[in-house]
Design a protein around this ligand. Structure first.
Ligand code: ADP
Ligand code: MG
Length: 259
């Protein structure tokens, strides 16, 4: 599994068509994307360009209508704990405590109780929720709920974390804090992250590489490597240069000219 010449994730010519009555919707066409282990990749683009579809295919919730989707060189043929999804609306079990939400995956895979408890303790600690371990989702702030969602995926031994606008429902302050925390987690764990966002700034702040998508049909338009050292300064001139470049790429899809 440690072969550095095998990418952890490889999409080759991936297409997806949905049927809606007698209509056919081409949600994704000819998507090529390779992720190395430990890469942080952001997907950005107008709504309807197939970002969620791409993530769901990698998660194994949907099958591609065309092309190949490989993890460690093997076709993805369904969901797996090694690929965990984090949603904007958290997706927690409201009837379970923080502890039991995080332990749900390992417990349902039949891990022994002591091992589940140890895993839960580790991830509760890692996302800073010790004081809330026995609370229920409705007792938590949005930011805390999203920390639980992230911990739950990690406790399940995910190697690839799929994040679909995970911070979209949070206020700006909480969002910035979670961005910092996520980068901290990522740098300590070697996770590979595919992160969907509408925010150019968030994409540049977080990622090694930004993938720009466009709609009708959904496709990958271009890629941009963000070579800036971390932690990044959103007000720095080189950050702004990339911001402008990405803005141009995104707006060109709407036929709008840059100022
Ligand atoms: P994004 O996440 O970039 O907004 P989506 O991947 O959700 O885009 O959707 C891409 C396109 O596919 C859109 O036109 C959307 O309406 C359509 N679509 C997504 N899911 C389905 C579905 N289950 N059935 C039919 N059409 C769908
Ligand atoms: Mg979406």
């Amino acid at each position: 599994m440690g072969d550095p010449t095998i990418p952890i994730l490889d999409l080759r010519g991936v297409g997806k068509e949905y049927r809606l009555g007698d209509q056919r919707i081409e949600a994704l066409r000819g998507a090529n994307l390779t992720a190395g282990k430990g890469e942080f990749i952001c997907l950005i683009g107008a709504s309807g360009c197939g970002k969620s579809t791409l993530l769901r295919i990698v998660a194994g919730f949907e099958t591609a209508s065309a092309g190949e989707v490989l993890m460690w060189g093997k076709p993805i043929d369904g969901p797996s704990p090694s690929r965990g999804m984090v949603f904007q609306d958290y997706g927690l079990f409201p009837w379970l405590s923080v502890r039991r939400n995080i332990g749900f995956g390992p417990a349902s895979r039949g891990r022994p109780g002591a091992e589940v408890r140890e895993t839960v303790d580790r991830f509760v600690e890692l996302v800073g929720l010790n004081r809330f371990a026995d609370a229920y989702p409705h007792q938590l702030s949005g930011g805390m709920k999203q920390r639980v969602a992230i911990a739950r995926v990690l406790a399940n031994d995910a190697e690839i974390v799929l994040m679909d606008e995970p911070f979209g429902a949070l206020d700006a302050m909480t969002r910035e804090r979670l961005q910092d925390e996520l980068l901290d987690l990522w740098s300590r764990t070697g996770l590979t992250v595919l992160f969907v966002t509408h925010s150019i700034e968030e994409a540049i702040f977080l990622s090694d590489r930004v993938v720009v998508m466009s709609p009708g049909p959904g496709r990958i338009e271009s890629e941009l490597r963000v070579g800036l050292a971390r932690p990044r300064d959103v007000a720095a001139p080189d950050f702004n240069t990339i911001r402008r470049d990405l803005g141009l790429r995104l707006h060109s899809h709407h036929g709008r000219k840059a100022a």
